[in-house]
Design a protein around this ligand. Sequence first.
Ligand SMILES: Cc1cc2nc3c(=O)[nH]c(=O)nc-3n(C[C@H](O)[C@H](O)[C@H](O)COP(=O)(O)OP(=O)(O)OC[C@H]3O[C@@H](n4cnc5c(N)ncnc54)[C@H](O)[C@@H]3O)c2cc1C
Length: 591
Amino acid sequence: MQYQAPANDLRFLLFDVLGADKLHELEQYADATPDLMAAVIDEAGKLAAEVIQPTNQTGDRQGCQYDPETRSVQTPDGFKEAYRKFVEGGWTALDAPLEFGGQGLPHTLKFVVDEMVCSTNLSLGMYPGLTHGAISALYAHGSEELKQTYLEKLISGEWTGTMCLTEPQCGTDLGLIRTRATPNEDGSYSIEGTKIWITGGEHDLVDNIVHLVLAKLPGAPDTTKGISLFVVPKFLPDSGERNPAFCGGLEHKMGIKGSATCVMNFEGAKGWLVGEPNDGMRAMFTMMNEARLMVGMQGLGLAEMAYQESLGFARERLQSRSLTGPRNPDGPADPIIVHPDVRRMLMRQKVLNEGMRALALFTGHQLDLSVAHPDEGVRESADDLVQLLTPVVKAFLTDEGFNNANTGLQVLGGSGFTTDWPLEQLVRDGRIARIYEGTNGIQAMDLVGRKLSLKGGQLVRTLFGVLTGYLKDTPEAPHREELKGAVKALEQATMWLATNAPKDPEQAGAAATPYLRLTALTVIGYLWSRMAGVAAAKLKAGEGNQPLLEGKQVSARFYFEKLLPEVDWLLSDIQSGKDSLMALSDDHWAA
Ligand SMILES: Cc1cc2nc3c(=O)[nH]c(=O)nc-3n(C[C@H](O)[C@H](O)[C@H](O)COP(=O)(O)OP(=O)(O)OC[C@H]3O[C@@H](n4cnc5c(N)ncnc54)[C@H](O)[C@@H]3O)c2cc1C
């Protein structure tokens, strides 16, 4: 089935609900008029359907190939051509800084494009995706010379970038890295070590690859406080000389087979320090926070494609009669979309996907306000929300994106399990997003262990200000009572953490995952109430796309009746504490 970009939903969300149609009133985003934003949505949708999607199945079937003789990697058929069109269309430069050849458009639009690319070929999207993180890290932390050397070519897509953190003995705990950086006389460093699972570490899409590598300087502390960040190009930009940063092989994996996941051997490769010595984690977090939001869009993108496939199938597949009598009396059976249990699966996909899109674009919009709004107070509140919600977007969208792709597969029955249909690939491809860029468990730890206490708890106070402010100012808010209940549950959970976590950090660890889910469901509840409110107002005024608006009202009802009540047992999970998690002793586990 050809992908159809959710353009109507995007316009509804951006222009009618979130107010992103006003972004052009901010000086920095003067070009981002509603017309331009609508054009970006339409053009990106076309590119995704016509150029990117046709490469998706080939990418999965062929995968990347490694040549041990030349230590090179070949991407699947069609990737080079599709990547070239992506670059020629200026898509790599969309929200990148103007001074280095970017278009300087709002980040919200980048979120929109990310979703479409990930719906149609996640593997291909990874190459420019990681590059974008490298651009941000260099822009925020690199010296002027490094910026001049690398940014333009990365932004134009002529070169790609990587993030080299993981090593065989460490993924989550980067304090354990062993890669070393020894100073050279010319101010550069000699990088020695092995990194594993490096996305886009080697490939044939571009002429040069710019690695951002975490390494330790001589005498640096053996913790995350002793890590520095280096830029290590495959070819040295001044001389064109090959730098000894070689791919030692490719990982064989269950999904995203068109994305080259490489072992990278740095054999005395020349690198240059980015930022200050031993301050690499800060620079890396610039890259990772951005990449986390992008990975959230991966989950959503795959779930959207799965929804489109399963909806199409459910309308065509004839099995059994409707419980209330034939709906297709001239056929041998009714389409399975008539069955309540199939509709439960489709509704879950539709309502959660639209809710997750709202959460992501709400966060994207706040990101734009945090950098471009003239009022410092607005900038600060927006930044609070972005920081707090980044791990929530990453973890919830990839958990539920994967679950929704899996639900989509179930709608297809046995067909979903076969390779004749794309669902099994979507499920396989979606699984990794819950793991990389920090596992979802680590996102939850980031939320409760770091974000809740940041600025003396101000981040979460800002969120409560938004939620309670909405309830107070909008007495007619749809599903107000249910939303009020969820906000109260989140308040109780936050208080419980504030009381128990300082006394016992294991209580925070035990509560982390349900707390993140509770936050996501509550904020999405707030957004569903807003969407339903806008839909009601527009229907009353006789404006807009009537089926979409009526669908929003029904979807909101489904969300509040069937999905949001999960908050009650999440609260009870949190409040029951760590005891049953921690009680088994070593000899209990496999007794
Ligand atoms: C396809 C693919 C692409 C990747 N791309 C890149 C890349 O481009 N660059 C890069 O540097 N890395 C990359 N990675 C690595 C990826 O980021 C790591 O796999 C991930 O961060 C988890 O690390 P790990 O696999 O070592 O798991 P571990 O750190 O060994 O964790 C195992 C389990 O323990 C849990 N855990 C660990 N510590 C804690 C803790 N303190 N509290 C609670 N739970 C904990 C984790 O949540 C997880 O469930 C990639 C991996 C894959 C598979």
